[in-house]
Design a protein around this ligand. Structure first.
Ligand code: IMP
Length: 191
């Protein structure tokens, strides 16, 4: 079984990644901590910077993940600012911004950035289209899970679907599948 370190402070992300990458025979080890994040327009840029930083600092092969919720009628807001927006106005604040709005299309995007020491980071992306609910729904999720209804979710929010079903269709799953497929092919665990 191959091993890889996932640098994140978010236990939910770690658990999701661990469950998904197990299918690729990849064991995810949690490099728990807060790591530097740059403010940039693109999730790829943000994730790649952190992955490189952690790989050089720890001298380990690592991946990091950066995600964002992009709401169409808000011109992609909060996008790369999702973390700050979640901490400040949260789900109820987003719902307030969309009050009276019937165009509620949004997508969730996940970017995995992998890096080994003295190398360039490589990124993998996953996107899921859906809509923003009219109210907070479900108690089996975290972050924006209670307000995001993925297209493949049969009308349920991620938080109503629960982690197992969310993991079958999520933005993170799509990015991790691309990463897992690529990483499994690297021979002798050298990459
Ligand atoms: P980051 O990737 O940790 O910067 O995530 C940005 C923001 O989006 C954070 O506030 C997270 O709580 C939220 N977020 C990221 N991924 C998910 C998810 O899968 N479900 C719900 N919220 C998420």
């Amino acid at each position: 079984m191959k091993e890889i370190f996932f640098a994140t402070s978010n236990k939910n992300k770690y658990l999701e990644a661990k469950a998904i990458l197990e299918n690729f025979n990849i064991k995810v080890k949690w490099l728990k901590g807060k790591y530097p994040e740059i403010q940039a327009e693109s999730l790829e840029e943000i994730a790649a910077f952190t992955a490189k930083w952690v790989a050089e600092k720890t001298k380990k092969k690592v991946f990091v993940e950066d995600a964002g919720l992009f709401i169409q009628t808000l011109n992609g807001f909060p996008g790369p600012y999702s973390s700050y927006v979640y901490q400040t106005i949260g789900n109820t604040g987003i719902l307030k911004l969309l009050e009276g709005e019937t165009k509620r299309e949004a997508f969730f995007m996940s970017v995995i950035a992998y890096c080994k020491p003295s190398s360039k980071p490589i990124t993998f992306t996953g996107k899921v289209h859906g809509t923003i609910a009219y109210e907070v729904r479900g108690d089996k999720g975290w972050g924006f899970d209670p307000i995001f209804i993925p297209k493949e979710g049969k009308g349920k929010t991620y938080a109503e679907m629960g982690p197992e079903n969310k993991n079958k269709v999520s933005h993170r799953r799509k990015a991790l599948e691309k990463f897992g497929t690529w990483f499994s092919k690297q021979c002798n665990n050298k990459d």
